[in-house]
Design a protein around this ligand. Sequence first.
Ligand SMILES: Cc1cc2nc3c(=O)[nH]c(=O)nc-3n(C[C@H](O)[C@H](O)[C@H](O)COP(=O)(O)OP(=O)(O)OC[C@H]3O[C@@H](n4cnc5c(N)ncnc54)[C@H](O)[C@@H]3O)c2cc1C
Length: 411
Amino acid sequence: MSSPDSYWLATGPAWTRPAAALPARAGVCVLGAGVMGATLAYWLTRAGHRPLVIERNTAPAMGSSGRNAGRLIQGGNAQHALAVEKYGHAEALAIYRATLTNRDLVREVAAREGIAATRFPTAKLDLAVEEDEALELKRTAEALRADGIPAEWLDLPGSRAAFGTDLPDTVLGGLYRPDQDSVHSVGYVRGMAEAAARGGAEFACGVTVASVAPAAGGGWLVATDAGQVHAEQVVVALNVWTPHLLPELAEVITPVRGQLVQTAPVDFRIPQWGLDRGLLYGGQTPDGSLLIGGLRNTVPGRDEGIEVPAGSNTPAFAPDLADRLAMALPALLPEAAGVPVVRAWSGVMAFTPDRCPLVGAWPGTEGLWVLAAFNGHGMPYSQVMPEQLAERILGGRGAGIPAAFDPARFH
Ligand SMILES: Cc1cc2nc3c(=O)[nH]c(=O)nc-3n(C[C@H](O)[C@H](O)[C@H](O)COP(=O)(O)OP(=O)(O)OC[C@H]3O[C@@H](n4cnc5c(N)ncnc54)[C@H](O)[C@@H]3O)c2cc1C
């Protein structure tokens, strides 16, 4: 079983805009047209600017943003009770609230820009089969409710009811959170890029950036395979490829392979789900196909530090892992037995040691910014971080960026 394209790339809208010629000068130059770069460009245009976006692929959303599971999971990488222990209550709540703001922004922007059909509502159910995880999830339900965020621990019958299907007896229960979203990843990201382009952003697709260096007299020189641009400000939104331009981050950003398999459509809908602290997870596409991903823990080295060939959007596809994922689905979801797996693909995630992204000024410089390394969890920040970073770039406070995301922490 192998397939080069994700469901989203195979079924998403084509990008038909001709690539912009590279100008000699630009105000803000955004490197990368994944969900982060495209959405940052959008927010810059909302503030009246005409950013230049440079993307190596021929269209936006061909990197990880077009190869993910499309789930906008609220909260940071750690369950809220653990995040409170790790960062303190105020910071953990700031991180969670950022993702709630993101949910509202996604809905508002999708409606305003005519891409509401790329978003669909769902819920999230984190299932536990071990007592210690069940305890973590119960504590998280309490911690969230104490912060006014709807969440509850459901026992096995309650989890089965929320799932709407059977679940094995080994499941102890689950943390249920309503009011979540999924998106058609490519439809959504290209929709954001289209909205940015309508607002005046230029997309130079098919252009690879080789380096960024300070220009004599101020600003930045962006060297590419199609010529050089002198930009007043530069934002590096290159996900796992960020260290190619900022080698200091080579020790900070670890490329991690993620894989997904997709079934044929089923006639029932289930919430987004996670099991074993998210090491196995799933979702559903708009047409009802089930997605299942994860199982990195069954691979030597957990697929961390994986090689991504130069110029490629993804590490090599691992057919054996895809087979294991396909087998895991009916073990959890008896209704999926006999439903054929029709597609599988790989992608790459950028992990940091503390599992927080890098959002903010590149330390010690003027006008160089980073928006990268979302630790397999970029979609729940995909409006709010670009929006807040755009505010900072244009001289505002961008106070919605949690201090835990400051790139200076690794400098
Ligand atoms: C299998 C899988 C499942 C996932 N599931 C989820 C999920 O359900 N929910 C979630 O929130 N997150 C998920 N993620 C993570 C999510 O996809 C990322 O957090 C998000 O896409 C990061 O967006 P980005 O814009 O930073 O990166 P990308 O989309 O990778 O964009 C970076 C862009 O930079 C371009 N680029 C690189 N180098 C250069 C260069 N030198 N010059 C010009 N352009 C360049 C690339 O071509 C690419 O388009 C998943 C990831 C994988 C792999």
